[in-house]
Write a protein of this length. Structure first.
Length: 623
C-alpha cells in the first residue's frame, strides 16, 4: 500500500504520474475488499469504478469541479482518495462513514445520493447555478450507471441538458458495467474516442453547426448525417444524439491512460456532452467478477474464501421469503396474477416466481413510476398485478399510486418490503414514511403484519379485495410463527387482542402495528398491559379503539414509522371523532431523518428502546 497510504486528498492523485495510477488502483482494490469484508457494503460496483475515479481526480479539480455519483454504489474509491480511507473500519456503522455520498461528510461529496437516476438532474442544476453566478470554469460531472438510465428522471434530465447548446460545463459519464458494449471496445474505438474528443475535431463540429443553424434544411440534414455517422462508430450513441448531446466513446473504463487522455481532451471543450465507458463490476476480485449480483451489497465475509451462501431455514424464513412463497402459491391458484418489480428481483423475492411463471412476470428496470402505472394498465384490463417494491422506492411512485391506481380504484396489490428501520443504509433507505403517505390515499387499504403467518394471510386478503391494497412488512425475519398451507384471509379492518390486561392498578392498552407487536410484548408483560395487534392502518378497527379507550387509563400507540400522519395519528383521529378523552401516548419516529446503524441502535436513538418505552409509559401514567 505504498502509494495509497500517502493519498489524503485529490491533489495527491493529481501529483502522481499516469504510469503510477494502475498501481494505485490495485492497492485501492485490495484495501477496499479487505475493509468491506469486515463491515459489509456495496462492493462490486465500487470495484468496477476505481480507474474512473482516479482518472477523474487526476484530470479535474475537486471540489471546484463537482463529481456527482448516481446512487453512490460506485463511490468507495472516491471516498478513499478524498481523505476518508482511515474511516472505512466504521463504514455504514452507527456514527461512522456513510455508505453513500453525503454533503455533510466531505466537501468532495458534491451532492447527496442513494436513490437512482438523480445525478444528471443535480449536475445540470449545479452547472447552471455556477454559470448564473459567473463561474465559467467549474465542471459538473454526473457519473451514472447504464441501469440508472432506465429511470425516468435521467431521461428527463438528458432532454433538458440538450437544450443548453451554449457551452454549459456539464459532462455525463455513462458507466456501462453490464458488458453490453464489450464488442465495441477495442483499439479502433479507443483511437476514435481520442480523435473525436480532441479540440480540432470538436471545434470543427461546433463551428459547422453554428454556421448552418440559420438554414433549417442544412441543419436537419447535418443532424441526420452526424447521428448516422456517430451511430455507425458507436451504435449506443443514438439515445444521446437524439437529445443533441455530443457523444464520445465507448472507452475501456479500466484503461487509465486512455481515460486520462479522453477526459483531458473533454476538459478543454464546451459541454454538455456524454462520455460512454465500459467497466466490469467486481473488477480485480475474482469472486465478485464471477457473481457481481451476490457482491452488490454484502455483509461481512472472508476475502480469502469469498461469500459462502447460507442455506435458508424454511422453518424461520424472512418476510421476503414469506412473500416469495405466497406469490407462487397464489399464482398457482389464480392464473390472472402478474408480478412486477422495478429492478429488485432478488431483493423482493421473485427469483422462483420468474422461473415458474415467466410469462406472468416483468422486471421493468429502475422505473418505479412506470411499474405502478404499468400495473394499473394491467388491472384496468382484467389482470391482477402484484407490485413488489421496497418502501423507500415506493416513495418515488407516490403520484402514480394515487392518480393511476387509487383514483380509478384498480385492484393492484403492493407488497412493500423493507418497511420501517432498515439499518446500515441509513436515512435514504429507511421505510418510515409509507404508513403515513399510504393511509392518506382514498380507496387504499393498508396492512402491517406482526408475524409471518399474518403476512401470508394479509397478502391473500389484499389480493382478493379487488381494490388498491398494500401489505407493508419489515426487513429480515419474523418471530418464527408457522404459516398456513392454505391461502387464508384476515377479517378486513379487524384488530386482535394478543394479551389481556392483568393490572390491578392503572390499566394500559398498547395498540401496536406490525413488528412493534412482538417487539413490545415484553413491555406489555412487565406492565401487565393489554397488547393489541391492530393489523390494519386503514381501515381502522374503530370498535376496538373505542373499547380500549373506555376500559383503560392510557392508550399507547406504537409503530416503526413517522409519528406525523402515521398510524398513531389515525388512532387519535378515531378517538377525537368519537369524543374519547382517554390520555394517550404516541410512539414512533419523531420529526427527523434517522441515520445509519444497527436497527437496535436506531430504535434506541428514536426513543423506542424497550426500557425507554417502558419508562415513557410509566411517566405518562404519572407513576
Amino acid at each position: 500500500m505504498a502509494l495509497l497510504e500517502n493519498i489524503t486528498s485529490p491533489a495527491d492523485v493529481k501529483a502522481l504520474s499516469v504510469e503510477k495510477l494502475p498501481t494505485l488502483a490495485q492497492e485501492i482494490r485490495e484495501y477496499m475488499v479487505e475493509a468491506v469484508s469486515k463491515t459489509g457494503g456495496h462492493l462490486a460496483s465500487s470495484l468496477g469504478a476505481v480507474e474512473l475515479t482516479l482518472a477523474l481526480h487526476h484530470v479535474f479539480d475537486s471540489p471546484k469541479d463537482k463529481i456527482i455519483w448516481d446512487v453512490g454504489h460506485q463511490a468507495y474509491a472516491h471516498k478513499m482518495v478524498t481523505g476518508r480511507k482511515d474511516q472505512f473500519d466504521r463504514l455504514r456503522m452507527h456514527g461512522g462513514l456513510s455508505g453513500f455520498p453525503k454533503r455533510g461528510e466531505s466537501e468532495h461529496d458534491a451532492f447527496g445520493t442513494a436513490h437512482s437516476s438523480t445525478s444528471i438532474s443535480a449536475a445540470l442544476g449545479m452547472a447552471l447555478a455556477a454559470r448564473l453566478q459567473g463561474d465559467t470554469d467549474s465542471w459538473h460531472i454526473a457519473v451514472i450507471g447504464d441501469g440508472a438510465l432506465t429511470g425516468g428522471m435521467a431521461v428527463e434530465a438528458l432532454n433538458q441538458a440538450g437544450t443548453y447548446t451554449d457551452g454549459l460545463k456539464l459532462l455525463v459519464i455513462v458507466n456501462d458495467n453490464d458488458c453490453s458494449i464489450s464488442p465495441s471496445v477495442g483499439a479502433l474505438h479507443h483511437h476514435l474516442a481520442k480523435l473525436v474528443s480532441g479540440g480540432t475535431f470538436s471545434a470543427l463540429r461546433s463551428d459547422f453547426k453554428d454556421a448552418i443553424k440559420g438554414s433549417p434544411k442544412l441543419w436537419n440534414f447535418f443532424k441526420r448525417v452526424e447521428q448516422r455517422t456517430v451511430n455507425f462508430v458507436a451504435p449506443e450513441s443514438a439515445m444521446f444524439s437524439a437529445y443533441d448531446l455530443n457523444y464520445y466513446g465507448p472507452v475501456d473504463g479500466h484503461d487509465i491512460d486512455v481515460l486520462v487522455k479522453v477526459l483531458s481532451n473533454i476538459k478543454a471543450l464546451q459541454g454538455p456532452m456524454v462520455l460512454h465507458i465500459s467497466t466490469k463490476k467486481g473488477k480485480g476480485y475474482a469472486p465478485a467478477e464471477a457473481d457481481p449480483t451476490l457482491y452488490h451489497g454484502v455483509g461481512k465475509f472472508d476475502p480469502a474464501t469469498g461469500i459462502v451462501k447460507k442455506c435458508s431455514d424454511p422453518s424461520h424464513p424472512t418476510y421476503t421469503q414469506v412473500f416469495s412463497r405466497w406469490i407462487c402459491d397464489m399464482a398457482q391458484a389464480d392464473d390472472k396474477l402478474f408480478a412486477i418489480t422495478p429492478a429488485m428481483r432478488e431483493g423482493s423475492g421473485l427469483v422462483e416466481f420468474e422461473k415458474r411463471f415467466p410469462t406472468r412476470y416483468r422486471d421493468v428496470a429502475i422505473a418505479e413510476q412506470h411499474a405502478v402505472t404499468f400495473a394499473a394498465g394491467l388491472a384496468a384490463n382484467g389482470i391482477r398485478p402484484v407490485v413488489a417494491i421496497y418502501s423507500s422506492f415506493a416513495q418515488r411512485a407516490y403520484d402514480q399510486i394515487l392518480h393511476d391506481v387509487a383514483i380509478q380504484n384498480l385492484p393492484v396489490t403492493f407488497a412493500i418490503d423493507r418497511g420501517g428501520l432498515v439499518g446500515a443504509d441509513g436515512e435514504t433507505h429507511h421505510g418510515v414514511f409509507d404508513l403515513a403517505f399510504l393511509r392518506s390515499i382514498p380507496n387504499m387499504t393498508v396492512m402491517a403484519p406482526s408475524n409471518e403467518n399474518e403476512c401470508r394471510r394479509m397478502l391473500t386478503t389484499a389480493y382478493r379485495l379487488g381494490t388498491p391494497a398494500a401489505v407493508r412488512y419489515p426487513r429480515g425475519k419474523g418471530p418464527g410463527v408457522e404459516q398456513d398451507e392454505a391461502l387464508l384471509e384476515v377479517p378486513v379492518g379487524k384488530a386482535r387482542v394478543v394479551r389481556e390486561c392483568t393490572s390491578t392498578g392503572k390499566r394500559v392498552a398498547i395498540l401496536a402495528f406490525g413488528l412493534m407487536v412482538e417487539r413490545l410484548r415484553s413491555v406489555a408483560d412487565a406492565l401487565h398491559a393489554t397488547l393489541v395487534d391492530m393489523r390494519f392502518v386503514k381501515p381502522m378497527d374503530e370498535a376496538m379503539i373505542e373499547e380500549m379507550a373506555k376500559t383503560h387509563d392510557l392508550i399507547v400507540t406504537a409503530e416503526d414509522g413517522v409519528v406525523m400522519g402515521g398510524a398513531g395519528s389515525a388512532v387519535l383521529e378515531v378517538m377525537a371523532k368519537k369524543g374519547l378523552t382517554t390520555p394517550s401516548l404516541v410512539l414512533g419516529i419523531e420529526d427527523h431523518f434517522v441515520d445509519q446503524g444497527t436497527t437496535e441502535e436506531l430504535f434506541e436513538d428514536c426513543g423506542l428502546g424497550l426500557e425507554t418505552v417502558k419508562a415513557r409509559i410509566l411517566e405518562r401514567l404519572g407513576d
